[in-house]
Design a protein around this ligand. Structure first.
Ligand code: ADP
Ligand code: MG
Length: 381
């Protein structure tokens, strides 16, 4: 938890006036992995771990940001568009500020102080939370209102053009639109979405504390493989391929592309089934779909790793667990685990112990609650 009083006090100490404070959350994804960049379906939810930005406008056109979590002061001159691209965390600040202006939002300079309790690089999307909280803060302190989907697109463009990651829209979308107690069912092609009220189930995220360095290269490779598979099937994207189509066309494709396509096509179908299961209260079925997602990511998409598989296997042995799978890009990071709420405490202690015993790695487990999207926060005194 971030101490907002302390954040405010630090800001006042530094800048001599009280800031406004904005918050944007990290996220989990229940199901729908590696489907977003294939124009497919996803089912993410915002969580109660978030990035907070204390902000006040300046008289010049400099955005000056500091972070409680990272070193250095980032200074972005809004009138110097030829400035060298930054390589540290400042790239996200630079990216959001410049993209906001490019897309027609004239900004004032700003002083920003950032603090987050989202673990970095774990797959809970701290980068999207940073983009969205900063984007919302910069616009709000100038009195600008930005449409939610436009803000998500600004965050995504910052991630692409300045962050160097060609991610889909999911992370920024859910950081904007998240709702307490609801998952968001998003069609990544049309951007149509709906909020799906969740039943009384608990989510625990288990961080393997591993990240194999092939992650970025393999991510881009999977994107290309998916494009190639769609092209071979004569479609714009794998979104347009059904399980039936795939079976008919399989003989014409290489073993590798067949597996990649099968993951995406079956994963899209699983997202639709998961939404139906939640709506009908069939938690057992929801858990089975989550388990099947992991197997598909492991064997067909080949983005898992021994630590993720171990974490998932340990989780599935615990009482009350409905489903467990790797979450995010893969090759390390976190798993998401769905369970009956009263088993959460026991799950956390047993899984920590067993993972440590099997891998000699100390994991981190997070008991997450499904929370709201970006907002201004007011401290009640
Ligand atoms: P993920 O999004 O999965 O957490 P990324 O590598 O995409 O992982 O983003 C993490 C990076 O985002 C950090 O290394 C840092 O550069 C930046 N970042 C996230 N949160 C903050 C923060 N509170 N302050 C400064 N930089 C941050
Ligand atoms: Mg990220």
């Amino acid at each position: 938890m971030i101490d907002l009083e302390l954040l405010k006090a630090r800001f006042i100490d530094k800048h001599g006036l009280a800031p406004r404070i904005f918050r944007a959350p990290g996220r989990v994804n229940l199901i729908g992995e590696h489907t977003d960049y294939n124009d497919g379906f996803v089912l993410p939810a915002a969580i109660d771990m978030a990035t907070y930005v204390a902000a006040s406008p300046r008289e010049d056109r400099i955005v000056a940001a500091a972070s409680v979590n990272f070193e250095g002061i980032v200074s972005v001159d809004l009138d110097d568009r030829d400035a060298l691209p930054r390589t540290d965390w400042g790239k996200y600040i630079q990216g959001v500020a410049f993209v906001l202006e490019t897309r027609g939002n004239r900004l004032l300079g700003a002083d920003l102080l950032i603090a987050s309790d989202i673990p970095f690089g774990a797959g809970l999307s701290s980068s999207a939370a940073l983009e969205i909280s900063v984007g919302f803060a910069l616009a709000s302190i100038c009195g600008n209102t930005i449409d939610g989907m436009e803000l998500a697109k600004i965050g995504q463009a910052a991630e692409h053009e300045y962050g160097g990651v060609m991610s889909g829209i999911m992370d920024q979308f859910v950081s904007v639109h998240g709702q307490e107690g609801r998952a968001l069912f998003l069609d990544c092609r049309s951007l149509d979405w709906s909020a799906i009220p969740l039943p009384d189930i608990a989510f625990v995220v288990c961080h393997t504390k591993t990240r194999h360095n092939l992650a970025d290269g393999e991510y881009n490779k999977r994107r290309t493989e998916c494009e190639n598979a769609a092209a071979m099937l004569g479609k714009t994207s794998l979104r347009d391929v059904s399980v039936d189509d795939l079976e008919k066309m399989e003989s014409q494709m290489s073993e590798l592309l067949k597996k990649r396509a099968r993951h995406v096509v079956t994963e899209n179908a699983r997202v639709l089934s998961a939404v139906a299961s939640i709506n009908s209260g069939d938690l057992r079925r929801l858990g089975e779909l989550i388990n099947a997602s992991h197997e598909s990511l492991r064997y067909d998409f080949e983005v898992s790793c021994p630590e993720l598989d171990t974490m998932v296997e340990i989780a599935r042995r615990q009482p009350g667990v409905l489903g467990a799978r790797m979450m995010g890009g893969g090759f390390g990071g976190c798993t998401i685990n769905l369970m009956l709420p009263n088993t959460r405490g026991e799950f956390m202690s047993k899984v920590s112990r067993a993972y440590r015993a099997e891998t000699s790695i100390e994991p981190e487990l997070y008991d997450v609650r499904i929370a709201a999207g970006v907002e201004e926060v007011f401290i009640n005194k």
